[in-house]
Design a protein around this ligand. Structure first.
Ligand code: SF4
Length: 271
């Protein structure tokens, strides 16, 4: 709810012209909707940003932004579902070295079966959310099928990665480092629960684990423990084949989805 005691307080901030640019019939109706938390004060074009910031609860703003993102993601899922209907799934299975049977393509997501039929319906034992569905649909529709190369690069070296690097560090690498610093079973769970594989790398990391959110989109997590005078560090690398098999948007989405999953897991572990 907005930081106001009643709708009238909000009404007084408005232009009062009943211009309907906010899609409400009157300013009073808009004020009531803002008071109930159904609308944002920022949706009236006559209210300046300072007033919005002073009256809106930051948590409400965050919730609304998350709801907007959810709507956006759901629309993306529907667009991809339409493309799945127009995709020859048998040919896609050959391209991706995946399984095809009974009108369904089955790919491995974190080592678990994830099947999609010709209508875009999903059959899987893993928890389905748009953060998984969008990259998997993108993979089935658009991946060239290039197999892993064994060459690891940071996000910034992928096409379009530089623009997302700052966000990726904030939303993925830093939270993962926090989890790895405090949750001692983190890497074991990566190996056991998510079918990760330990590996040697040229990066000289203390722990290096490769995960396969999709078979032809491996991700390498490298962790360096804290040492005298040196903080711990965690960095994420991508096999260069991901460029051929996923859009940069899907790569970022997968990374953010993985972090959300690990966060949940670490919270359960802590409770
Ligand atoms: S856009 Fe603003 S001024 Fe116009 S009707 Fe809505 S609340 Fe009133």
């Amino acid at each position: 709810m907005a930081k106001a005691n009643n709708p009238m307080e909000i009404y007084k901030l408005l232009d009062g012209s009943n211009c309907r640019k906010c899609n409400e019939k009157t300013c009073m109706a808009f004020a009531a909707a803002v008071f109930k938390g159904q609308r944002s004060l920022s949706e009236c074009p006559y209210v300046d940003a300072e007033t919005v910031a002073a009256y809106e609860d930051p948590e409400d703003q965050k919730d609304r932004q998350q709801a907007d993102i959810a709507i956006d993601v759901n629309q993306t899922v529907e667009k991809f579902r339409e493309q799945i209907r127009q995709t020859d799934l048998e040919e896609a299975a050959r391209r991706l070295d995946a399984r095809y049977a009974k009108d369904r393509i089955t790919v491995k997501v974190m080592g678990k079966n994830f099947s999609v039929d010709t209508e875009g319906r999903i059959y899987t034992e893993i928890h389905v959310n748009p953060w998984v569905t969008v990259p998997v649909f993108d993979y089935i529709v658009n991946a060239k099928g290039t197999p892993p190369t064994g060459q690891w690069v940071p996000l910034r070296e992928l096409k379009g990665g530089r623009e997302r690097e700052g966000l990726f560090v904030q939303r993925c690498e830093k939270p993962l480092k926090r989890i790895a610093d405090t949750y001692t079973d983190f890497f074991n769970d990566m190996l056991d629960v998510f079918d990760g594989k330990r590996t040697e790398t040229r990066f000289d990391a203390d722990i290096a684990v490769v995960m396969y959110p999709l078979p032809r989109a491996p991700i390498l997590f490298c962790y360096w423990s804290a040492e005298e005078g040196m903080e711990s560090n965690l960095q994420v690398f991508f096999d260069t084949c991901v460029e051929d098999n996923l859009s940069i948007h899907s790569i970022y989405t997968l990374g953010a989805g993985l972090v959300a999953m690990f966060e949940k897991l670490s919270m359960k572990h802590a409770s």
